[in-house]
Design a protein around this ligand. Structure first.
Ligand SMILES: C[S@@+](CC[C@H](N)C(=O)[O-])C[C@H]1O[C@@H](n2cnc3c(N)ncnc32)[C@H](O)[C@@H]1O
Length: 384
């Protein structure tokens, strides 16, 4: 067994991301195939505890404290630093070690492992807070919600498990604006969600797309671009580009946009006509997956009306395969269902949506392995 483990580790050591993820998935299949009913019951029925206890670990700054320390740290030392009772803290740490988020080095003594270090990243911490605090209540009412609607499809984003849980009629993005702390975690999570992974700019020929622009033409409009991370990433990738780069979002988000001299941040509601005319690229990342087809078409039509003869729309979203969808993608798909009454789309669903919106998909560039994040390059179907 030890020899097999060493072999797997050496195989993974210099592997690229695709090979590494394939190894994890194959090992996971083996792991599940070995489980008894008891093992499966333990894994499945307690799975919610992991994110909840990691959130407690973030509250107590346990991951930061363990990562900062050069030496393993005792429960008593951590209790002094956090103010938590030693027995309670020891039980929390024992659980966190048992699920691999910290390392137990001896009796009542803990140290950081690779996961502990990842959990010090503020964006990853925000992902945990967002999933536990904002989405957790929605997931808790999902079974009752589905039973009440007799397990039918639903597309009204004002009537979702999220609305039921939070007792609000507001669509999620308006509701988030009433909860500044939840909203801040969401924005940081959006910024961090693809950190360390292949980026769309690694595969899409953006420099080619920007050829032959006049000095006045806007190069790039990131519609619903959050606090501007993608627009900034583009500016950093192409520092010589002279043309304007704009990020648009609702006022409450633009107020927190990351300041950058090469990116203009402006408030814009994508249900209104697009004010920036004839830009070379209108980019939508993780926007269409928030909406059912009818709303996505409304948003797209507002942009189509602003397109110039050489403009393109780039949609950055998942393109799911017809079968064998990875769990990283299925879990986002069901989150979109519970929160937004929307879905992730297969290639066929994208072609159908774009046809209804009056757009043609020219090419699809898939750039991540498990999530199947892809750029769909679209142009209007022009009357002949
Ligand atoms: C899933 S997030 C994606 C953010 C960013 N594009 C990214 O990929 O990180 C959706 C974004 O759409 C914005 N949004 C929601 N409704 C909007 C509206 N009516 N007009 C403009 N932006 C909106 C939200 O504030 C949020 O930043």
């Amino acid at each position: 067994m030890d020899a097999i483990i060493e072999q797997i580790k050496s195989l993974a050591k210099d592997a690229d991301d695709i090979t590494r993820k394939t190894i994890i998935d194959q090992l996971r299949e083996v792991f599940i195939s070995l489980e008894t009913a008891q093992d499966a019951m333990q894994r499945i029925s307690y799975s919610h505890l992991q994110s909840i206890l990691v959130r407690v670990g973030c509250d107590l700054k346990l991951f930061d404290l363990l990562t900062e320390s050069k030496e393993p740290v005792t429960v008593d030392q951590l209790a002094k630093k956090t103010g938590a009772a030693p027995i309670l803290l020891g039980r929390i740490l024992r659980y966190l070690a048992s699920v691999g988020t910290v390392k137990e080095t001896g009796k009542d003594t803990f140290a950081a492992n690779n996961i502990t270090i990842y959990l010090t990243n503020p964006g990853i911490q925000s992902a945990v807070y967002h999933n536990v605090d904002t989405l957790g209540p929605a997931m808790a009412v999902l079974p009752d919600f589905l039973a009440e609607i007799k397990y039918q499809d639903f597309t009204d984003s004002s009537n979702t498990p999220m609305n039921k849980a939070w007792k609000t009629d507001l669509p999620p993005f308006l509701w988030l604006q009433t909860k500044p702390e939840n909203h801040a975690h969401f924005n940081r999570f959006m910024e961090a969600q693809h950190q360390g992974m292949r980026q769309w700019l690694d595969v899409y020929p953006i420099e080619e797309r920007f050829q032959n622009m006049g000095p006045e033409q806007v190069a790039f409009v990131d519609v619903g671009g959050g606090i501007g991370h993608q627009a900034i990433a583009l500016r950093q990738r192409l520092p010589h580009l002279k043309n304007r780069i704009i990020v648009q979002d609702v006022e409450a988000v633009i107020a927190h946009a990351i300041p950058h001299e090469g990116v203009e941040a402006t408030a814009y509601d994508f249900y209104q006509p697009q004010a920036v005319q004839g830009a070379r690229v209108y980019y939508f990342r993780n926007i269409m997956h928030d909406y059912s087809d009818d709303k996505a078409i409304l948003i797209l039509k507002n942009t189509i009306a602003a397109l110039g003869h050489d403009s393109v729309i780039l949609i950055d979203d998942m393109v799911l395969p017809d079968s064998g969808v990875h769990r990283h993608a299925t879990q986002v798909d069901l989150t979109m269902m519970a929160v937004m009454a929307s879905r992730e789309r297969t290639a066929q669903a994208w072609y159908e949506l774009m046809e209804k919106a009056g757009l043609k998909i020219q090419c699809i560039y898939t750039y991540t392995q498990s999530l199947r994040d892809s750029i769909l390059e679209c142009v209007p179907v022009r009357a002949m």
